[in-house]
Every structure is written in structure tokens, then in C-alpha cells.
Ligand binder design. Structure first.
Ligand code: SAM
Length: 267
């Protein structure tokens, strides 16, 4: 098995994030408002945060290598992926949670995979979709044709979106953000193409707010597959995006973030 230093650090980061329950300073009944454990300020959490930053920086430094590794995986398994999304009721249920929040007229889905979600809403909007993986793009086109659904689909990288500034009313991004090598770069591009007052819908894996053990283990499992579990709160806040975080499944390990771009000055 090809285990890199980055993967080892990611595991350590998760171990430190999970160690909350056994930390000597953890006082379960002493909680912040919003139900956050007081341990946020403790040593293990600081170490966890530091490791998280280090992992993100290393992943970013590994540059294209990170994206290409995932891309090779998707090229190999695109057909199986397509089947699993169609057959797995739980996956479909999660990603469909974004649909009621989409507002038009112009919608872009970033990292659309094989296009299952697009087939569910595209006809109601002027819809655009993209994915980095060329096989995923061709399967999306096939799936849309089969269903008689119209959308403008192309191959592109989230870090370099081929659109002008502030053209979309909504952006949809499901189960992909934790697979991006550079979360800040990805968010900067999303922010750029989103209209003021527009909506950004992200579904992704993250630690459950109440830190329940099953949800935390499930999140940790995702990071073992190479995904980077990011502090989405920090990312949204640094782009001055208003957002709400809704836990939609997986014992709190799958989150829907409904964010909106303020109408005032750009960040
Ligand atoms: C786990 S799949 C999710 C697909 C779909 N959104 C879903 O919910 O089923 C992640 C997708 O992100 C795409 N992806 C990875 N890196 C990307 C990048 N840098 N730019 C655009 N898409 C990317 C992959 O090709 C893959 O299709």
C-alpha cells in the first residue's frame, strides 16, 4: 500500500480531533453556546488544528499530483461510480437535499460526477455543469441525453472556472470539496463566478457538531481515503459568506452548507 507522509499526518490529525472524549481537561457538562465542547481551547485541539493546517499546506504543495491521483481513480471507476450513485439510495437522498435551495435562473454544478443530480433539476433552470474528469463528463452527457435533459456540460478545473465574474445565481457542489487539493483556491473561484445575493450549496463530509462517536468515525474513514476534512466555517468566514450548516446524514458526518454572497462590496 502506498502510504504517504501526508496520509499519516491526516490520520494523526483525526486522532487528535477524536481524542476529545479522553482528554483530561474535557468537562462534558461545560459547553459553549451552540453545544460546542469546551475542549476547543485545549492542547489536543490546538495540535489537531495545527496538523489540519499542515495537511492542507502539504496537500496544496503536492500540487497537481493530488488532483491527478484522484483523477486516475475516477477514470478507472467512473462506470461503477455512475451505477453506485444511481443504485445507492442513501447517496441520492443526501445530494438531493440541495435541490430545494437552488434558485435560478442560472445554475452551475461544479464537480457534477456522472450527472445524477443535474438530471433531477436541470430542466427547471438554465443549467451548466463541469467536472475535472473527462470520463465523468462524457457519462454526464450520456445520462442527460438519456433523460432528455438539457444542460451545458464541460471539462474544467474548479481552480480555473471558465466563466466570467458574477454570472450564476446558484452554485451546487456535492461530495467533492474535500477532494480538492486547495480549498481556498476552489472557494475563491466559486466566489468569483457567483452573483451578489447568489447562493452557494455545498454538501460534504465533516465532523458532527455534537462529536458523536459514530459520526466522527465515519468522517475519519473519509479522510483515510485521501479526502481533506476542512474547517468549512473558517473558509466561509474568510470569504465573508453568510451560511448555515445543516447535518443531513451519516450521524452528522454529512453536511449541507447553504451560503449566500452578500450584496455589498466584494471581499
Ligand atoms: C465523489 S465525486 C462527487 C460527484 C457528484 N458531485 C456526486 O455527488 O455524486 C467527486 C468529483 O469531483 C471531481 N473533481 C475532483 N477534483 C476536481 C477539480 N479540481 N475540479 C473539478 N472537479 C473535480 C471528480 O472528478 C469527481 O467527479
Amino acid at each position: 500500500m502506498d502510504v504517504s507522509l501526508l496520509q499519516i499526518l491526516q490520520v494523526l490529525q483525526n486522532v487528535f480531533s477524536l481524542s476529545i472524549k479522553i482528554h483530561p481537561f474535557y468537562i462534558p457538562w461545560l459547553r459553549y453556546p451552540r453545544n460546542e465542547p469546551v475542549v476547543k481551547l485545549s492542547f489536543d485541539n490546538l495540535l489537531g488544528t495545527w496538523l489540519e493546517k499542515l495537511c492542507a499546506r502539504m496537500a496544496s504543495n503536492k500540487s497537481q499530483q493530488f488532483t491527478e491521483k484522484f483523477d486516475a481513480f475516477y477514470t478507472k471507476f467512473a462506470t461503477i461510480y455512475d451505477l453506485s450513485v444511481k443504485l445507492l439510495p442513501v447517496w441520492k437522498t443526501w445530494i438531493r437535499e440541495a435541490i430545494p435551495y437552488i434558485k435560478g435562473p442560472r445554475v452551475l454544478e461544479i464537480s457534477c460526477g456522472t450527472g445524477y443530480l443535474i438530471t433531477q433539476y436541470a430542466n427547471e433552470f438554465e443549467t451548466y455543469g463541469l467536472d475535472y474528469n473527462t470520463k465523468m463528463v462524457s457519462l454526464t452527457k450520456k445520462n442527460l441525453d438519456k433523460k432528455g435533459v438539457k444542460a451545458d456540460i464541460q471539462q474544467a478545473n474548479v481552480e480555473l472556472l471558465p466563466y466570467k465574474n458574477e454570472v450564476f445565481d446558484s452554485l451546487v457542489n456535492t461530495m467533492a470539496f474535500s477532494g480538492y487539493r486547495d480549498g481556498m483556491k476552489a472557494m475563491a473561484e466559486m466566489y468569483r463566478v457567483l452573483k451578489k445575493g447568489g447562493r452557494l450549496l455545498v454538501i460534504d463530509v465533516g465532523y458532527p457538531k455534537n462529536r458523536n462517536r459514530i459520526g466522527a468515525i465515519l468522517t475519519r474513514f473519509w479522510s483515510l481515503t485521501g479526502d481533506i476534512i476542512r474547517n468549512m466555517d473558517k473558509i466561509f468566514t474568510s470569504f465573508n459568506l453568510d451560511y448555515k450548516d445543516i447535518e443531513i446524514g451519516g450521524y452528522g458526518s454529512v453536511h449541507l452548507y447553504v451560503a449566500s454572497k452578500k450584496r455589498g462590496r466584494n471581499v
